[in-house]
Design a binder for this molecule. Sequence first.
Ligand SMILES: Cc1ncc(COP(=O)(O)O)c(C=O)c1O
Length: 386
Amino acid sequence: MKDNTKLIAAGRPHKRSAHPVNTPVERASTILFPTYDDYLEGARSINYGRLGTSSHRALEEAVTVLEGGFDTRLAPSGLAACNMSILAFVETGDHILVADTVYDPTRKFCERFLKRFGVETTFYNPTADKEDIAALMRPETTVIFAESPGSLTFDVQDLPALAEIAHGGDAVLIADNTWAAGYFSKPIALGADVSVQAATKYIVGHADCLVGTITSAHEEASRKIYMALLQLGSNVSADDAFLALRGMRTLSARLERHQENALDLAKWLAKRSEVARVIHPAIKGCPGHPIWKRDFSGSSGLFSAVLKPIELNALKAFFNALRLFGIGFSWGGFESLAVHVHPERHRTASPWTEDGPVIRFHAGLEDIDDMKADIDNAFAAMMQAQ
Ligand SMILES: Cc1ncc(COP(=O)(O)O)c(C=O)c1O
């Protein structure tokens, strides 16, 4: 089956005489077993709400099919999916390699939380040569954590090369696949042991709940992930699992439109006199474009633009003049967003040195002409305030 079909068919109720199209929301803490034998059998499947119900199993099944993995477990947020998947593979004395452009709260988790338990992190330049990254490996390195492309400056990583480095040192490669939504990139086929997503973004798609997904490539990874989630008491509400699965049904249609709008907007921005450059991996000439072309089948709605240096007052005027674009964190919903981001604050191995402000845009599903008019108007306000 093609991905478009998988998104419609996977995780649907199995053949029954008459049933709704969607797997119903099954909320539960206690699960009741009619007989002692059923209770024994239940110990091996759905037996307590924290471990999920049929609502969770349906979403897990659909994400597994989309990512092409062995199985999927859910986490209460994308951040929990990233951090718990790292926790599953480390113990005191271990060392991990993490992309310098990783989602910042995961960076903080490594620098602060993992450090307290004696796990050391080295941040690597995500666009460094394979040999330079391999040279950072130590005998005690157990994880390489990549995010491709990074969600502020869209640095595309060479996942097959990272998988080779990881496996050469008995480590695992975990990849954050949120930007591509499991649809435009398949980290597991590229060699990753685990692919994580903030399903909060494109899978949920409506900016109304948080869910994380952790897809393992093989049984060994799956066992460790399961144990970490179980022992940490992780749980996702059945309502949120339902919303995420409902979002998946329209994922391909939405992503195609996000892609089209983002590319159009990025090319339009690149020609504006206020813009120094746009950073969009699917645009020829942008850093990482050759690897994107090799490893991705499309691009989503998130990209950045570096403006020419301006006064803070003028930048404020830009944001305050926006009517359609919301000022907000997160992305992946149906709506357009713009946010001032600060890559210079979050890096150590690959310092960010450009002077102009970086604006991250999320191209929503609105009409492209209205989106451009909104930004055009905001640029006019910016230049007036300058
Ligand atoms: C790339 C990436 N990974 C993970 C997360 C965390 O997701 P959540 O907000 O669901 O915790 C985010 C959130 O912005 C993200 O951009």
